[in-house]
Ligand binder design. Structure first.
Ligand code: UTP
Length: 473
């Protein structure tokens, strides 16, 4: 008798998934069936129809596209009193325990080419702390500052979940209360060939990959994280990516803008560094806030300037958001026109031939489907976009070398430490880019942002001398 799941796949035209089933061991059969059970065949069929059909990717709708408004920083003409109100509101939210930190760490980190969960990659200039430790210490320090330890939600993938949990256990959860650190896996999507047929990675395994950072919304719901937050009185999630140690994991002003604005989803922007910079841009279209990918924004738009000579489409997205818990629930439930779209990425997907022998394609042979978190924005009520300074919030490690690499990120951390010190009367000499001549490090447990640093510095007398290898803790 044929297994009902196999029949279902055959009826959907996906019987090839079980082509080698008869040759598998009972355990391997079980494992293939379990993978198959994860797949929503209707979703795959819909995506094949909409994203793979000839002409499906033709044409981006530019109708009515305009730059999104954003809250300027006070030093750039923004309303200083409104920023102060936002900060006070954010601090109050932190003091009442309404806020949790949320890190998406399910990516594959292919560009960095590092073997292991990206969060275990070492980034700081002196102590070589891994990314997870940097965030853990910022979160620990913020909890102390506001008198309420924070919950921290970490989204992993099937590939890195076990290693991630083990890393925290081996390091004593970096001093955090382990009952407040929550790991959950994101969903997976099958890769398909250009005809929409699900690909096998081996005779006994489907080519499955993480469903994108946009999958975090439904993973939060499926994992029970939203219910846990509700029980704990958390309604506000501070979202950031695993690769950016400069980020303020919980930024009172940002949280305050979000809370006071009664926003479903808020975002930080930085002014684009140059017209062709490869970042998404905050826009409005049809009354909705959207992020336009740089590849979709025609060059003429990217280069357009206003009467003052400033780029018109200026607001670059740096993947830092605040999310309202119930907004996440609504997005996860979907229906009623609410849906996270999938994007198609053509990739070289290792697979098997008709005889089950491995095939390593030299050019793209199929498609992966991913969701992007910013695609939730058009569904959010009162979306708020605020300006931040790149130097305070954004220096990701994406590539092994060159732009956005361990080297640029290390230098940006050094510049940040130097600014904090010099703002408090130290005289650390630096070059024209703000890079100091010596490498030193500030532990987040000493200071994790301008304010906490200034408070800690005041208590140090005499002031420490900055020299090579200094570690302020
Ligand atoms: P990136 O877009 O940089 O992708 O992810 P990546 O997979 O980490 O790296 P490359 O492209 O293979 O080099 C941005 C953030 O989104 C998370 C990543 O972990 C990172 O924090 N992410 C990405 C997920 O959590 N899940 C995904 O499926 C994709």
């Amino acid at each position: 008798m044929i297994h009902p799941l196999i029949e279902k796949f055959q009826a959907a035209g996906q019987g090839q998934v079980f082509a080698f089933f008869g040759q598998l061991s009972p355990d391997a059969q079980k494992s293939l069936l379990a993978e198959a059970a994860e797949i929503d065949l209707e979703e795959v069929a819909r995506l094949s129809r909409t994203l793979l059909a000839p002409g499906a990717s033709a044409g981006v709708d530019l109708e009515g596209l305009a730059p999104a408004p954003y809250e300027r920083r006070p030093e750039h003409g923004g309303d200083a009193a409104a920023w102060a109100r936002a900060k006070a509101a954010g601090e109050a939210a932190l003091r009442t325990g309404r806020v949790a930190a949320f890190t998406v760490a399910g990516g594959q980190g292919t560009r960095l080419g590092y073997d292991g969960p990206k969060g275990t990659f070492r980034v700081t200039p002196v102590r070589q702390k891994p990314l997870f430790q940097v965030f853990a210490e910022k979160i620990l320090a913020a909890g102390r500052r506001y008198g309420r330890p924070l919950h921290w939600f970490i989204m992993t993938s099937h590939a890195n979940h076990v290693a991630t949990e083990a890393f925290f256990a081996d390091n004593g959860w970096f001093g955090l209360d382990r009952s407040r650190v929550h790991f959950f896996r994101q969903g997976r999507m099958p890769a398909v060939d250009f005809a929409g047929k699900i690909l096998l990675e081996t005779p006994g395994a489907i080519a499955l990959s993480p469903d994108g950072h946009g999958g975090s919304l439904r993973a939060l719901e499926r994992s029970g994280a939203l219910d846990l937050m509700q029980r704990e009185g958390v309604d506000t999630l501070s979202y950031f990516q695993i690769d950016n140690p400069l980020v303020r994991c919980v930024d009172p002003a940002f949280i305050g803008w979000h809370v006071l604005g009664r926003s479903g989803m808020s975002s930080k922007m930085v002014p684009k560094a140059y017209p062709e910079e490869k970042v998404g841009v905050f826009c409005v279209q049809g009354g909705k806030t959207v992020v336009f990918e740089y590849s979709d924004l025609p060059m003429a738009f990217q280069r357009e300037v206003d009467a003052t000579g400033q780029l018109r489409f200026l607001a670059g997205s740096i993947a830092i958001h605040v999310l309202d818990r119930e907004f996440v629930r609504k997005m996860a439930a979907g229906g009623d026109g609410v849906t996270m779209p999938f994007h198609r990425a053509d990739k070289k997907i290792p697979t098997v031939d008709a005889a089950g022998a491995p095939v390593k394609p030299a050019k793209p042979n199929g498609v992966k489907f991913e969701m992007f978190v910013f695609d939730a924005l058009p569904f959010a009520l009162n979306p708020v976009v605020i300006e931040t300074l790149r130097a305070d919030d954004f220096s990701p490690v994406k590539n092994a070398e060159g732009l956005d690499s361990p080297k640029t990120c290390r230098d940006d951390q050094l510049r940040q430490f130097t600014r904090w010190l010099n703002a408090n009367g130290a005289a650390v000499s630096a070059d024209a880019t703000g890079l100091p001549a010596v490498a030193f490090e500030v532990s987040p447990l000493f200071g994790y942002d301008e304010d906490s640093f200034a408070d800690a510095w005041r208590t140090r007398s005499p002031a420490p001398v900055v020299s090579e290898g200094l570690y302020l803790a």
